[in-house]
Design a protein around this ligand. Structure first.
Ligand code: PEP
Ligand code: MG
Length: 291
């Protein structure tokens, strides 16, 4: 299977019942993107920019960020790229934002919560991401959404920037569905976004109240549990027309591909080396949607 999968890596993944599924790669650095190209990824489904920020003593300018992004993405020029806004928090403090010790950092000011507090950090990212549009089909993904307001600030800043700079069409904007609150209120978030992407790692952590890094509670951390699929089904049935993707680890487990597609997911993003196997698994899958 693996040999065949590798040979067909660059070909599209279509299910036995004719559904075209895009299989993308998760990247964080230049090397990841080279692997994405080599493994036939259809695009970049999750670009994590945290590595570039952590360890810096000063916030990057948008030109510095843009240089870094261009370097990271260079081997996939011309493809689609989903850039996730900065997802750091109190457990990964940035030297240039006020550090506040928190008892429960995973439940604290991480992801979009921090950016709402520091809109200038958000602005830098939006400016750099917009500049990428000349070479990539760009999407923007908002991490740790729990409230519709978490999207609204981004949307407003994005709209204003694009009007001021005569940019059209706007890049597509998506919400990560990685808190149970977001999953169970998808219909109130939906009017503000173009797509949604399940972050099954955090969705599992928050659904089971089990720290994803803490081995002593790993029996509680079940990312392939019925609980997680149930939340995906709820999203799909509450917002049936919303394009759905998944970029957490669960997307890379071939045993669950059929179930994920049955939840309405049409795009997956996995670690680059898994792309060929996941594509080949899709080709052997009959989704057979329950009516
Ligand atoms: C997730 O939470 O599933 C996800 C893809 O994001 P991260 O692992 O970076 O938190
Ligand atoms: Mg996450």
């Amino acid at each position: 299977l693996l040999q065949k999968a590798q040979k067909l890596a660059g070909c599209p993944a279509v299910t036995l019942d004719g559904m075209l599924i895009s299989v993308n790669a998760n990247v964080g650095c230049h090397e990841d993107t080279s692997k994405a190209l080599k493994n036939g990824a259809d695009g970049i489904g999750l670009y994590r920019i945290e590595q570039f920020y952590i360890g810096r003593t000063l916030p990057p300018t948008s030109d510095e960020l843009l240089d870094e992004m261009r370097h990271t993405l260079s081997s996939m020029k011309g493809n689609s790229v989903c850039v996730r806004l900065l997802d750091v928090g109190a457990d990964k403090p940035l030297p240039f934002v006020g550090f506040m010790a928190e008892t429960n950092p995973a439940l604290g000011r991480r992801g979009i919560r921090l950016l709402r507090e520091y809109p200038e950090l958000l602005y830098t990212q939006i400016k750099a991401i917009i500049s990428l549009m000349s070479d990539y089909e760009v999407q923007i993904l908002v991490p740790m959404v729990a409230l519709p307001e978490d999207i609204l600030l981004v949307k407003k800043m994005l709209n204003t920037f694009c009007i001021e700079h005569n940019i059209s069409p706007l890049p597509k904007l998506g919400a990560m569905i990685e808190t149970p609150a977001a999953a169970l209120s998808a219909s109130t978030i939906a009017p503000h976004v173009d797509f949604m992407s399940f972050g099954s790692n955090d969705l599992t952590q928050y659904a089971f109240a089990a720290d994803r890094e803490n081995a002593s509670v790993e029996t509680y951390y079940n990312d392939d549990s019925a609980v997680i699929f149930r939340m995906m089904e709820i999203v799909h049935s509450d917002v049936p027309d919303m394009p759905l993707s998944i970029c957490g680890e669960l997307a890379g487990s071939k045993e669950h591909i059929r179930r994920l597609l049955q939840c309405g997911i049409t795009s997956l993003s996995v670690a680059a080396p898994l792309v060929p196997l996941i594509k080949e698994t899709i080709r052997k899958t009959k989704v057979d949607l329950p009516r």
